[in-house]
Ligand binder design. Structure first.
Ligand SMILES: [Mg+2]
Length: 197
């Protein structure tokens, strides 16, 4: 077993950046939610690895390309650096069950609420000699699928009210987050940092 790590798994759209109602394809469309950069910097200072876990079915739909997604992630790290933060890794899932695609159908295992992207991140850390301590790691997102993915993966799920903010839907479906926060900054300052291992 390698050295233990605590990880903050973060959804992207509606959690870190504003949900614009469609897929973000350009840097110009990518706008941080107030305080998200500060939240990530604070979490890093507290010793968390930061890993982005994002469904990007716009790829299978032909709306956004993998290159555009990767460029936006480079841009995100440039923005985060201005507040002294950064993320460590990002994983995106290109598939959508309603949009069959010869190249991407084999990735169906990764689409949230499936835990494939989290599993891959944990395996990548393991290969690098680290063990993700799930009981000390959180999954933060704005949708039911984020909470469900976090629960299924054995992480501690937090729902944010930004983006889709599916608090009501979570309640209806009985998918219960450990905490509900107004936004990512509140999630970090009012819960994660107070319940850190
Ligand atoms: Mg989202």
């Amino acid at each position: 077993m390698g050295r233990k790590l605590k990880v903050l798994f973060l959804d992207r759209d509606g959690t870190i950046n504003r949900d614009i109602g469609t897929y973000v394809t350009t840097r110009e469309q990518f706008e941080l939610i107030d305080g998200a950069d500060r939240a990530i910097a604070l979490a890093r200072q507290a010793g968390y690895q930061i890993v982005i876990i994002t469904n990007q079915a716009g790829i299978a739909k032909g709306i956004v390309t993998p290159e555009q997604v990767e460029d936006i992630h480079l841009y995100l790290n440039e923005l985060l650096a201005q507040s002294g933060g950064s993320f460590d890794h990002s994983y995106y899932c290109p598939t959508h069950p309603d949009y069959p695609h010869p190249e991407y159908d084999r990735f169906a295992w990764c689409r949230k609420p499936e835990t494939g992207m989290v599993d891959r991140a944990v395996a990548d850390y393991c290969a690098a000699g680290f063990e993700v301590d799930k009981s000390c790691s959180f999954f933060i997102g704005d949708k039911t699928v984020d909470v469900e993915c976090g629960l299924r993966a054995g992480l501690r799920p937090i729902l944010v009210r930004t983006g889709h903010g599916e608090e009501e839907l979570c309640r209806e479906k009985g998918i219960v987050p450990e905490f509900v926060a107004d936004n990512l900054l509140h999630a970090i300052t009012e819960y994660v940092l107070l319940n850190t291992c």
